[in-house]
Ligand binder design. Structure first.
Ligand SMILES: [Zn+2]
Ligand SMILES: [Zn+2]
Length: 458
């Protein structure tokens, strides 16, 4: 089998794997790079543009995995796109939103490459999307007219527990098998339950390594971390300050909303509106609608009924009164410029009554990352538009990750018993850790660290 890493980065970037197995070709994921702008954020589709593709399979609807799907389909206009049925409900919203964001960046930041695709293009490709249940084998190449009837590899989606609809992909050929973890979470989150990657054996394993550079501190549990966040919110509201929780719209937002709903249910938090962004509301609605088809906790918890969710209107973040205690769970986890989260943060940073609580990763070179690094009283440049600010607000970081602990993933490698493992979706030091540990525990497994744009024969 031959696997080409189309990601222009060897770490977390624009995920896209081109797989050739027994004469068939599959593209796994079609992402965009979260920290690069313009055409440079795209996978290297040019490397495989002459190939004929049977299908595109999507692991989940985060941008680093699906953000360039319309571009991929320009190269492979006949390919069907296979995903879980839960992702099927999300994917068009994600792509249309991405067009809106790129259009705004075109205007506000003068990014001339943007948008990389249009609303019409998203509508045009949507009929080629197909959703499947977890744990059903799909004969992927049969979607391809000229190959129908041949003995072809199959595809099966396994629940990855990372976000609504997320999946690991099992590709079974006549002679060989490949398993791709996508982004995976083995522990339960507040809503989603952990991955169901049971009894998986494969010859080749392509896996994420996001948390390879983070040891779980002794005594750390998700429950104690959630409790710490709950107490912090209660404390800030009691002193009439506002709380801003920057969170990505798909997944993290709903996990935090569930936490707030539970706190209100227990009487620990007084009922009050929760301010969210438009996209966060849409995904929350889909979490509610699909609650009984999701492997989750509290299947009867409907976030829109349990909470008074209020979508921030345009310009409201700049004007509304912040004293008196308000809660914002707003998209732009890294506080990117030209977002409501950025405007709110700018108004809150200098006031010690307010608090900004991070619940996810923020790249050091973003406004969120710079705020995370700032000590109380420190003056620093938040962003080019905001300029210098002095941090007086409370700022805390909570580890509510939707990625597996590294030891759980390492155990998984032992269960799968692949002859080769490809390490991806992680920083250099994360992949170093996995390479060392796998080498020690399973010396017979070949460890491959595909570089950007590298093709490997496995
Ligand atoms: Zn993800
Ligand atoms: Zn990812």
């Amino acid at each position: 089998m031959k696997i080409t890493n189309l990601n222009p980065d060897s770490a977390i970037g624009a995920t896209a794997w081109f797989v050739e197995l027994e004469g068939h070709r599959l593209l796994m994921d079609a992402g965009t790079h979260p920290r690069v702008e313009g055409r440079a954020a795209l996978p290297r589709y040019d490397l495989v543009k002459k190939e004929e593709l049977d299908a595109i399979a999507i692991s989940h609807c985060h941008h680093d995995h699906v953000g360039s799907l319309p571009v991929a389909m320009r190269y492979f206009p006949n390919a069907h796109v296979l995903m879980t049925e839960l992702s099927y409900f999300l994917v068009e919203r994600v792509l249309h939103n991405s067009v809106n964001v790129m259009k705004r960046q075109h205007e506000e930041l003068g990014l001339r490459d943007y948008p990389l695709y249009s609303h019409d293009e998203v509508d045009d490709i949507a009929p080629r999307f197909q959703g499947f249940k977890y744990n059903r084998e799909v004969d992927w190449a049969s979607f391809h007219k000229t190959r129908a009837g041949f003995l072809s590899p199959t595809l099966e989606f396994y629940d990855a527990g990372h976000t609504l609809g997320s999946a690991g992909l099992m590709v079974r050929g006549q002679r060989e098998t490949l398993f791709y973890t996508g982004d995976v979470c083995f522990h339960d989150q507040t809503i989603l339950r952990g991955a169901r990657f049971e009894d998986i054996k494969a010859d080749v394993l392509v896996m994420e390594t996001t948390r390879g550079n983070r040891a779980r501190p002794s005594g750390f549990t998700r429950a104690t971390e959630t409790e710490r966040l709950s107490q912090a919110i209660e404390r800030v509201l009691a002193q009439k300050g506002s709380v801003l929780i920057p969170a990505f719209a798909l997944g993290r937002t709903q996990e935090i909303l569930a936490l707030l709903a539970l706190l209100m249910g227990e009487g620990k938090l007084k009922p009050q509106p929760i301010y969210i962004g438009g996209l966060g509301r849409v995904f929350t609605e889909i979490y509610d609608l699909e609650s009984h088809r999701t492997h989750r906790q509290y299947p009867n918890l409907q976030l829109r009924e349990a909470l008074n969710l209020t979508v921030l209107e345009k310009g409201q973040a700049e004007k509304m009164k912040l004293t008196g205690g308000r809660i914002f769970v707003i998209t732009a986890g890294m506080l990117s410029e030209h977002t409501a989260a950025h405007s709110l943060a700018l108004r809150m940073i200098g006031d010690e009554r307010h608090a900004i609580f991070f619940v996810g990763y923020a790249d050091p070179d973003t406004p969120g990352g710079r705020l995370k690094a700032a000590k109380p009283g420190e003056t620093f440049i938040l962003s080019p538009t905001a300029g210098k600010v002095t941090r007086r607000c409370e700022m805390l970081d909570f580890d509510l990750t939707a990625h597996s602990d590294r030891n759980d993933l390492l155990d998984f490698v032992g269960e799968v018993e692949p002859r080769a493992v490809l390490l991806s979706h992680g920083e250099e030091d994360s992949r170093d850790w996995f390479a060392e540990q796998i080498h020690v525990r399973h010396p017979r497994i070949k460890i491959i660290r595909p570089k950007a744009a590298e093709a490997v024969e496995v």
